[in-house]
Design a protein around this ligand. Structure first.
Ligand code: ADP
Ligand code: MG
Length: 752
């Protein structure tokens, strides 16, 4: 097998994403690699695919227990044997992993960095052939980064201690120059292949909403996007609790997460979210590290974060699966004050006073640039990309600002008043006092400072604070004013010489929201939007099936299938193994495990909506075509039935599962052009007969027998899923089997 074949067979993907192929090639040629790719770019594939092709074992060093478990579940689910070793396992479980690895059962083992020093582990690695060491989240090695992990520094000693140096590959999403150098030097990478793909996340739609009624906005948003999974980030625990209660009171299944909760409660919340029991979570920034949930459709910031780094990292948790997702920041003027207050209160331990001051200035500068993002009238995506050092010129046409109509107003006269005010107050005050003075706000604090006596107090009282804020930000951006980065940031005079020229104009852009132009927003019209109404109905059905399977298996739903796969499935409506394997994200192992249940569900849907479904398929060009490209005209199929003489071929057994009955029926029918029968058809028949029913318990559909069904001898039996979780199935006795066969053998008249 080559890399591409591995990608198709295991992961079910047809082609590599940008950068992946280069990285894999380099690794397979024995070269070290340092890859900097944004979240969702598909870094895991870059080391997992070569791990499958290299002769020995790949050891992946990963910082968080939850990340490891998630990755290993995902690997096992696509049929790649992998294990992990961390402190969540007992000694005997760890010994088991060692033994299996020594027996050659694993290609990939995940370990926490602390483990590298343990005597057991060193003894273990001497017994195996290590082809590659992969360092995931490699920025943890740098003291410059936000997530510095001292134990990452031990990796290099570990590599040095090995008798044969394996290939070393390092991956991260965050890499300023400093961090990049740190990774390369500290890890002693040997002429590594450096691969950097852009920071842009095309599938994310960015927007900033300047509003006061944030709760209304959130409720409205969630009601318009039912069942979508999303994160709402708040600045404080208090906000988290308030928003959480507001949602729960409105009957929205939400979870919450902040550092003030007990470990246990946080874990429950996290799991409720990951397993889609509560699709929405309200959280502080304590939440997110170690969450690889791929189907997060929106990230709403209830408050402005403290820096663009924070914002992009948090917002970036949306849309890992590459499907369109929204990142919305709700901005109000108060956010700036809250953040300043938080920064001022922040204590920097273990640093000298001078350093503390430097750090504070840096933080203040970051906050100002964050505010710039919230008030800019330019393309939001470009603002982000430029912040991270990428040059973009064309507006993206896929962010709130690109979809907004801006009006330009000449505020030259107002600008002069603002400058007078700064002059009059001798640059002693910050933005909020300045704005309060200009609009003549009636605030005790202003009186206390004595600014109410200034000539400029209230000169711009016919303007709103928001409007003036835009103006001041514009003046700062143009250099007429400057904003200091000290503890109490104040606004001072900048270079105003050009303002003396009567021709100079100060133009401020304000906007009103414009309806999305459906042609222009083509870039964001993918995902479920690309489905027809029937396609969306099918997507919903498949999503429910995914939740049921996930609960049986004890896996997060997105590990069973990603949203992307389900959308593709709803568009392509596969009808057999070959067409199912054509769906993005469906590989051999997944097909074996879940293929038939999804095929069943799709076929049932098609049976029930024959007309609408043709339109789903027409839209997507996925109707069977012959080699010449013409549509194959298949004779119309008739609903399932048996010829009376078929009935005697049914092999009765004491007890059958419904799927076994289904297979028997499909096997024995001699009718030509008959549609297949599905488990759900049989279940429906049995429900009509009053033997079984479907109940919703804990949000999950459970099938049980009625008392009449019990009388007839239908029994429940517990099965254990692959992951050791129990679930119930119904078994049907011979009498019922006979009734079913008779039913279908006498159907001819009624159905034709
Ligand atoms: P990262 O670690 O870079 O944030 P992941 O490795 O978690 O990203 O991958 C993000 C998503 O992209 C996953 O759902 C993964 O299955 C998917 N993916 C990876 N490679 C491909 C590919 N070649 N084609 C389609 N999807 C891919
Ligand atoms: Mg990753």
């Amino acid at each position: 097998m080559d890399a591409k074949a591995v990608l198709k067979a295991y992961y079910g993907y047809d082609s590599f994403k940008p950068g992946q192929e280069h990285i894999i090639e380099a690794i397979l040629q024995g070269q070290d690699v340092l890859a900097i790719m944004p979240t969702g770019a598909g870094k895991s594939v870059c080391y997992q695919v070569p791990a499958m092709l290299l002769s020995g074992i790949t050891i992946v060093i990963s910082p968080l227990i939850s990340l490891m478990q998630d990755q290993v579940s995902a690997l096992n689910d696509i049929g790649i044997q992998a294990g992990y070793i961390n402190s969540a396992l007992t000694d005997s479980q760890i010994r088991q992993v060692y033994a299996k690895a020594i027996d050659g059962l694993y290609k990939i083992i995940y370990v926490a960095p602390e483990r590298l020093e343990s005597y057991d582990f060193i003894e273990f690695v001497n017994k195996i052939d290590i082809s590659m060491i992969t360092i995931d989240e490699a920025h943890c090695i740098s003291q410059w980064g936000q997530d510095f992990r001292p134990s990452y520094l031990k990796i290099v000693d570990f590599i040095d201690s090995l008798s044969k140096r394996p290939i070393v590959s390092a991956f991260t999403a965050t890499a300023t120059e400093e961090v990049k150098n740190d990774i390369s030097c500290v890890l002693k990478l040997q002429s590594p292949k450096l691969v950097t793909t852009g920071f842009d996340r095309e599938n994310l739609y960015f927007d900033v909403q300047v509003i006061k009624k944030k709760n209304d906005y959130i409720l409205n948003y969630i009601n318009k996007h039912p069942e979508e999974s999303g994160i709402i980030y708040c600045a404080t625990r208090k906000n988290v609790d308030a928003v959480y209660e507001m949602l729960v009171n409105q009957g929205i299944p939400a979870a919450r997460y902040h550092a003030g909760m007990s470990n246990e409660d946080r874990k429950t919340s996290q799991n409720d979210f990951i397993y889609d029991k509560c699709p929405v979570i309200v959280a502080t920034n304590a939440f997110g590290m170690g969450i690889d949930k791929s189907n997060v459709r929106f990230v709403i910031h209830y408050n402005m974060p403290q820096s663009m780094e924070n914002y992009y990292q948090e917002a970036g948790r949306a849309g890992r699966d590459g499907e369109p997702s929204q990142c919305i920041l709700l901005f109000s003027n108060q956010d700036v004050m809250i953040n300043r207050f938080l920064l001022e209160k922040k204590e920097n331990f273990e640093v000298s006073l001078e350093d503390a001051e430097l750090i504070r200035q840096r933080d203040m500068r970051r906050l100002q640039l964050m505010e710039g993002y919230c008030t800019t009238s330019g393309c939001l995506r470009n603002y982000i990309l430029e912040y991270f050092g990428e040059k973009k010129t064309e507006p993206c046409d896929s962010c709130g600002n690109c979809h907004r109509e801006f009006t330009e107003i000449d505020m030259t006269a107002e600008a002069k008043q603002v400058i007078n005010c700064v002059y009059e107050t001798r640059g002693r005050y910050g933005l909020n006092i300045l704005l309060g003075t200009l609009i003549g706000a009636n605030r005790a604090r202003l009186k206390e400072l004595g600014v109410t006596n200034y000539k400029t107090y209230g000169v711009l009282n016919h303007h709103s604070e928001t409007e003036l804020r835009l103006l001041v930000n514009q003046l700062i951006a143009d250099g007429y004013l400057t904003q200091t980065a000290e503890k109490y940031s104040v606004i001072r005079m900048g270079d105003i010489s050009s303002l003396r020229n009567p021709k100079t104009r100060i133009i401020v852009k304000t906007y009103k929201d414009r309806e999305l132009d459906s042609k222009k927003s083509s870039r964001s019209r993918k995902g479920t939007d690309s489905l027809t109404k029937a396609g969306f109905e099918l997507f919903d059905i498949l999503r429910n099936l995914r939740v049921n399977i996930a609960r049986e298996e004890g896996l997060p739903p997105y590990i069973v299938f990603s949203d992307k796969s389900l959308i593709d499935m709803s568009a392509k409506c596969p009808h057999d193994k070959v067409s199912m394997l054509n769906v993005s994200g469906v590989g051999e192992a997944k097909y074996e495990k879940y293929g038939s249940r999804f095929l069943d569900a799709i076929a049932t849907f098609i049976n029930e909506h024959p007309d609408e479904v043709t339109s789903i398929m027409d839209d997507n060009d996925t109707v069977d075509t012959t080699i010449s490209g013409e549509r194959e005209r298949k004779p119309k199929k008739v609903p399932f039935y048996l010829n009376p003489e078929d009935a005697c071929n049914f092999e009765y057994k004491d007890l059958y599962l419904v799927t076994e009955i289904k297979e028997e029926l499909n096997r024995i029918t001699s009718v030509e052009n008959v549609k297949q029968i599905y488990g759900t058809d049989i279940f429906r028949f049995l429900a009509q007969a009053g033997y079984v029913e479907e109940k919703k318990i804990d949000g999950r559909n459970i099938q049980t027998q009625t008392s009449l069904g019990i009388e007839k001898g239908i029994v429940t039996t517990e099965k254990i899923s692959k992951n050791g979780n129990p679930y119930n199935v119904l078994l049907y006795p011979k009498v019922i089997q006979k009734e079913i066969v008779e039913h279908y053998a006498t159907l001819i008249e009624s159905n034709m």
